[in-house]
Every structure is written in structure tokens, then in C-alpha cells.
Write a new protein. Structure first.
Length: 163
């Protein structure tokens, strides 16, 4: 029979958690977004390096068409604003969301409220956006309704982001 060693002084035996819930990891929506990203990367590899604006545009328009009416209207308007403000940005799908890239790097994106079951849609910028201003600046904006009043501000942010 094996001899049992005494516990070192100052150590406690392992115990089960009783006060906090254990993390369940990623949500179903997050896992779905990761699967979509994997499919996007596979599709891009099949298309090759010569894939152009038309491929990305059709992907973005397809993602917009899948959205609920309220988000779809905002995404369509946002798409038009971005195309007019920064024609150099290439539309593409990114984690299943409409996004716009410069030199292959996503600069901004639209996340519908239904994507992660949130109460508002989001227009966000990646760290590739040139929005640095002092020690702190916003990187995403909540969108609740039509963008009519905010169109000029969005256009100016997109122009600055690609400058």
C-alpha cells in the first residue's frame, strides 16, 4: 500500500466552487459569429487574392438583407453613407456583419441588434481606424433609429477613419 504524504504546511486541498457560477464560455451567438468568420476566410481563400469589390459588395448586401426591418433600414443607409464618404473602403463580410476595409484591414462595421440579441444596433470602428484623439476616443456608437440627423457626423467619422 502506498504511503500517503502529508499536505504541505500553508496549502489547502482543492474544493468545489459553491458560491459562483462557472463560466459556460461563449454564447451561442458568439459561436455562430466565429463559424461565420471561418466560412468567410474559406470563401476568401477560394476566391483568391483577385477578389474584388463586387464580391464583397454582394456579401454585405446579402447580410443586410437577412436583418430585421429596423436594422436593415439603418444598415442600408449606413452602407450608402460609407460608400459616398470613403469610396476607397471595400465592403466585406466580417464575423457575419457588414464591414468596410482598407488594404485588407477592417476599418468600420455595422452590428445589428439581433446579431447578439442586444437592444440597439452598433456602428463600430476597429483599431485600424484613424480616430485617435487625445488619450481617449469612442470606437463604437449605439444606433436606435433612422440615421437622418447623424448622417453628416457618420460621414465625417468615416472620412477621418480612412485618412
Amino acid at each position: 500500500m502506498a504511503e500517503r504524504k502529508p499536505a504541505r504546511k500553508g496549502t489547502r486541498p482543492f474544493s468545489k466552487r459553491t458560491t459562483a457560477k462557472a463560466s459556460k464560455g461563449f454564447t451561442d451567438e458568439e459561436r455562430a459569429a466565429m463559424r461565420e468568420r471561418a466560412q468567410e476566410l474559406k470563401a476568401a481563400a477560394r476566391r483568391g487574392p483577385r477578389a474584388g469589390r463586387a464580391d464583397g459588395e454582394s456579401d454585405v448586401l446579402a447580410k443586410i438583407a437577412e436583418m430585421a426591418e429596423r436594422d436593415r433600414a439603418m444598415a442600408e443607409r449606413l452602407h450608402a453613407i460609407i460608400k459616398a464618404s470613403a469610396p476607397a473602403l471595400l465592403p466585406r463580410s466580417w464575423y457575419g456583419m457588414p464591414a468596410y476595409a482598407k488594404d485588407g484591414n477592417v476599418v468600420c462595421f455595422f452590428q445589428s441588434a439581433q446579431k447578439f440579441k442586444t437592444r440597439y444596433a452598433t456602428f463600430g470602428f476597429s483599431d485600424n481606424a484613424n480616430l485617435d484623439e487625445g488619450a481617449m476616443w469612442p470606437t463604437s456608437f449605439a444606433l436606435m433609429k433612422e440615421l437622418t440627423a447623424e448622417e453628416a457626423r457618420i460621414g465625417a467619422l468615416v472620412k477621418k477613419a480612412v485618412s
